[in-house]
Design a binder for this molecule. Structure first.
Ligand code: FES
Ligand code: FES
Length: 162
């Protein structure tokens, strides 16, 4: 039996030694917002926060997790502006990668900045999207980061390396 603090609530979970955090979240706790795609730490679909830091939950054993876990379900209010920006900018199509994208972005937009496109691209590089081509995702995250950090919002320029 292990104890996990998830989205502000403590759970006692009968986890096997080899159970990943992702398996426990989805199969035991019914928190299916975190998605499973590659199962080897390469796509970011399963991203959650542990102690406020983004981690890929498919690569962490549940029994070794220390600190509060925050999933996309736990960010319903805290990431409302990100969700709205993703919707407004068309930053998802099938939506499978979106929970992981928003969880990772939620950590980035807490940083004081200054917001810049290069940092967004670097920080979000571990989250793969097969649909959007990334431009809309970067634009959405940058918009929210600028707004939160109080940076002036200037029209985003299309750059050659997109
Ligand atoms: S499912 Fe965890 S990184 Fe792909
Ligand atoms: S919106 Fe389909 S994988 Fe990203």
């Amino acid at each position: 039996m292990i104890s996990l603090l998830v989205n502000g609530r403590t759970y006692a979970v009968d986890a096997r030694p080899g159970d990943t955090l992702l398996r426990v979240l989805r199969d035991r706790l019914g928190l299916t917002g975190s998605k499973e795609a590659c199962s080897r730490g390469e796509c970011g679909a399963c991203t959650v926060l542990v102690g406020g830091v983004p981690v890929v939950s498919c690569m962490h054993l549940a029994s070794l997790v220390r600190g509060e876990v925050t999933t996309i379900e736990g960010l319903a209010e805290a990431a409302r502006d990100l969700r709205e920006a993703f919707a407004d900018r068309g930053a998802f199509q099938c939506g499978f990668c979106t929970p992981g994208q928003i969880v990772r972005a939620s950590a980035l937009v807490r940083e004081p900045g200054p917001p810049d496109e290069r940092t967004v691209r670097l920080e979000m590089a571990g989250n793969v999207c097969r649909c959007t081509g990334y431009t809309q995702i970067v634009d959405a995250v940058l918009e929210v980061w600028r707004r939160r950090s109080g940076a002036s919002i200037v029209p985003h320029q299309t750059t050659a390396h997109r």
